[in-house]
Design a protein around this ligand. Structure first.
Ligand code: PLP
Length: 245
């Protein structure tokens, strides 16, 4: 094993360990939580090393960069690629064709485009709905910081549930950057409550996934019910370059 692989492996295993500890602490089965290793803006050799180190789900933010990596590493079997960043409408086709799960579906308009492209490639695209539970203007996702306004979200969500080639699997959020991991707790909790609300109001949907938590706060996210955590720098180190924006 190269030094790069063993160093990533050590951090990957440590992260899994922390996830398991946080899960048990909150009475959850550690197997309910899947670790997405975020490799955005990392060169191919790092992605390759992460796979050799044991990563099974990789998260990318930029569709073109992600597809290049998917195609370069096509021989790697058993790896699942997730799109976790905001998708511009002109990149929707790439996402519909190449990714196993989109975490960051943030508008009905994008949903309709993805549904059309998924149909054209004869597949169903699993998606998570991204909610902005912190109320920051700069964040993507449906505005959901005020619980008393949640009913206003229902028409869009119901319309997405009707799209034949998309399959909602749950919710995702990216909370405001705090100074302490505990700062994120109330936002993760809010996303969990929103899931309960949607599951009650739209019981026909599949609401099992909660994608929340990054390097800074994934343990808190697991305590609050995360089923997918998205961890980049804590496993693969600082990002090397910035890609298409
Ligand atoms: C970059 C990114 C992450 C990972 O962040 P780290 O701080 O590197 O763990 C998680 N989620 C999203 C949406 C991201 O853009």
């Amino acid at each position: 094993m190269s030094n790069l692989v063993s160093s990533i492996r050590e951090k990957y295993l440590h992260t899994l360990d922390q996830i398991a500890t946080a899960a048990r602490k909150s009475g959850r089965d550690p197997h309910e939580v899947r670790l997405v290793v975020v490799t955005k803006s990392q060169p191919l050799e790092i992605v390759q090393a992460a796979i050799e180190a044991g990563a099974r789900i990789l998260g990318e933010n930029y569709p073109e960069e992600g597809v290049t990596k998917i195609q370069s590493l096509a021989a790697q079997t058993g790896v699942e690629w997730h799109m976790i960043g905001h998708v511009q409408s002109r990149k929707a086709r790439l996402v519909a064709e190449h990714f196993a799960l989109l975490h960051s579906l943030d508008s009905l308009k994008l949903a309709r485009r993805l549904d059309r492209f998924a149909a054209e490639s004869q597949r169903t695209l699993p998606v998570l709905l991204e909610f902005n539970v912190g109320g920051e203007a700069s964040k993507s996702g449906w505005e959901a910081s005020d619980e008393s306004q949640w009913d206003a979200l229902l028409p869009d969500v119901a319309a997405i549930l009707e799209l034949p080639n998309l399959q909602i699997r749950g919710l995702m959020t990216m909370p405001p950057l705090g100074t302490d991991a505990q700062d994120s707790r109330r936002f993760f909790r809010r996303l969990r409550l929103l899931r309960e609300r949607l599951a009650t109001q739209l019981p026909g949907g599949d609401w099992r996934e909660l994608s929340m938590g990054t390097s800074a706060d994934y343990a808190v996210a697991v305590e609050e019910g995360a089923t997918l955590v998205r961890v980049g720098t804590a496993i693969v180190g600082e990002r090397r370059y910035t890609s298409e924006k």
